[in-house]
Design a protein. Structure first.
Length: 322
């Protein structure tokens, strides 16, 4: 599968999702990019803006096996990962699969679950498996976690720890729709059920192959140095008390590769990196006291850093070997 084919399939997925989900700006584009890149997606917003509809539409359009985990304070880690149950007749323990054993997982209101239950997803997000009683069970592939969270000011929320935030490749915020979009929503009514009735335009196997191709998109050394420079600036900025991790750099490179592939390119351009900086980095960094005094959001800080980094020139569009 070449980048042109990936871009064509991604375009079909976007059109399917748009047929049942009204979203502002490039929300759908970035959600599709996260899915095709293999980067788990976190969506923070108030209830009722369509987060669940977006997730169901993505899963249905790609024919992925869908599972939903409704996170509540009484949800236990074993409910997520699964557990060994004693079989009285056979006199043996048998593994009962947890809710995470699906290709496409919607973890709804993740920050309403206890921190212990949130941690149950860490291995699944990083390693593609869950360990129960010293035995690791692989998750079905392709695996994609689409998590939603309520704003931290909402009642009954547990803040996601830095380690978990760092495992989400991208974060989006939908926001309230503009009047024109909301008028369209009012005309069409609630269409959550329609998201489950979409006709699939690709298969899970196509997603696996697309992810493999995305990971092979060429990145010139100057582009890699550009990413390193951005990460260094987040760690040195007086506006941040926590900068981007090495994992953040890997995810930024992967997101840039996916953006290039979905555009039909087999190489990453500086603009691919810059466009992905905010959705990949903003949820990982933490503003300093100085930034809070200036009422600067993480998104605003990352944007300021991005603007201050000079775009590389003289980079190779593709490898010499190619």
């Amino acid at each position: 599968m070449d980048p042109h084919t990936i871009g064509k399939i991604a375009g079909l997925v976007r059109e399917r999702v748009r047929s049942v989900f009204v979203a502002p700006g490039d929300t759908i584009d970035r959600a599709v990019l996260a899915l095709f890149s293999g980067l788990h997606l976190l969506v923070e917003d108030v209830p009722g803006v369509g987060k669940t509809t977006l997730a169901r539409a993505l899963a249905t359009a790609t024919a992925m096996d869908f599972g939903r985990i409704q996170c509540t304070p009484d949800l236990l880690p074993g409910d997520v990962t699964g557990m060994n149950i004693w079989d009285v007749e056979a006199q043996v323990f048998r593994f009962r699969q947890g809710a995470v054993m699906h290709q496409f997982i919607l973890a709804d209101e993740l920050n309403r679950a206890s921190t212990r239950t949130q941690a149950a997803l860490l291995e699944a997000m990083q390693e593609g498996g869950v360990t129960v009683d010293d035995k690791t069970h692989s998750l079905p592939q392709p695996f994609f976690l689409f998590a939603t969270e309520n704003p931290s000011t909402f009642a009954g929320t547990f803040g996601l720890p830095e380690a978990q935030l760092d495992r989400f490749g991208m974060k989006l915020t939908l926001g309230y729709p503009e009047p024109d979009l909301e008028r369209e929503i009012l005309r069409s009514g609630l269409v959550s059920a329609a998201a489950t009735e979409l006709e699939a335009v690709c298969t899970p196997g196509d997603i696996i192959e697309a992810r493999r191709e995305v990971s092979e998109v060429y990145v010139d050394e100057r582009i890699a140095d550009f990413i390193i420079d951005v990460l260094s600036r987040t760690r040195q900025s007086s506006l941040l008390r926590l900068g981007g991790s090495p994992r953040a750099g890997v995810h930024l490179q992967q997101a840039a590769r996916a953006r290039a592939a979905l555009s039909g390119h087999d190489y990453v351009e500086p603009e691919d990196v810059r466009e992905m900086m905010v959705p990949v980095l903003a949820h990982r960094v933490q503003p300093s006291a100085e930034a809070r005094m200036e009422q600067l959001s993480p998104e605003a800080i990352v944007s300021r850093i991005a603007q201050g980094v000079r775009l590389p020139t003289g980079y190779a569009a593709r490898s010499v070997e190619a």
